[in-house]
Design a protein around this ligand. Structure first.
Ligand code: ZN
Length: 261
């Protein structure tokens, strides 16, 4: 099952995505499945219809938790050691954009990188959960681009600005509940050229470990999102690029890159 959030010009609505790539239909739902039981309304909307636009499948109510250096080859390419415990940071919910929304480069950075990541969407309130119970707290999985102003990350010390600016968290195209994420390809392409080609089996700390560890610091709320880290191959994006992040069995998240100044 795939859960999308979309608009046809009015308020956002939710839908199950039905059908093969290229001819998907949105089976419209009565509410937000992360927060309430839902049913189909009976309406079906072709995804390709001109007035249909997919939105970020979730807007976190409280937080996005990022995990740094969770793939050994990425830690090495940045000149870092592999951490002994997950290295956590926060992104605000104002950083979230949806499929095809532009990543807008701030004037204060000259070095913005893509980071392809598997994202976890929390479904239940979770505090101090064991790794064994952690996946019970998960609503589903989506695709994220943990867009990072690498120059500001180096100079600021804290990563809030470098990883939290507006449009630095593309999410989508939809959420897939119940997915086995132990060994999925995580890819990034810029203008069609493959830049990142990792697998979730290379995660230093897996999803169950991350949810458990994070819940020992923060109460996780339904709709919170965890970014699980990026494989090797990060690199710059500039005005006019199109960056695609893909996670196997979820889908492709595509965003153009804009500089307005
Ligand atoms: Zn990242």
């Amino acid at each position: 099952m795939r859960i999308a959030r979309f608009t046809t010009g009015g308020d956002p609505r939710y839908a199950m995505v039905d059908g093969p790539a290229g001819s998907e239909e949105l089976v419209v739902l009565t509410g937000d499945p992360i927060y309430m039981p839902v049913q189909p309304t009976g309406e079906r909307v072709p995804l390709a219809r001109d007035d249909v636009r997919l939105l970020a499948p979730v807007i976190p109510r409280s937080k996005i938790i990022g995990v740094g250096r969770n793939y050994a080859e990425h830690a090495a390419e940045m000149g870092n050691e592999v951490p002994q415990a997950p290295l956590l940071f926060l992104k605000p919910n104002t950083s979230v954009i949806g499929p095809d929304d532009p990543i807008t480069l701030p004037a204060w950075t000259q070095e913005v990188h893509h980071e392809a990541e598997l994202a976890v969407v929390i479904g239940k309130v979770a505090k101090n959960v064991s790794p064994e119970r952690a996946l019970d707290q998960v609503f589903g999985f989506t695709v994220a681009n943990d867009v990072t102003a690498r120059d500001a990350q180096r100079t600021d010390g804290q990563w809030a600005r470098a990883k939290g600016f507006d449009s630095s968290c593309p999410l989508g195209p939809w959420v897939v509940p119940g997915l086995d994420v132990d060994d999925l390809a995580v890819l990034a392409r810029v203008n069609g050229d493959l830049r990142q080609d990792g697998r979730t089996s290379q995660l230093i700390f897996d999803v169950a470990h991350l949810v458990s560890y994070i819940s020992e610091a923060f109460t996780l709320l339904p709709g919170d999102v965890i970014l699980t880290g990026t494989p090797a191959g990060v690199g710059p994006v500039v005005h006019g690029d199109v960056v695609e992040v893909e996670v196997e069995e979820i889908g492709v998240l595509r965003n153009p890159v804009l500089r307005r100044d």
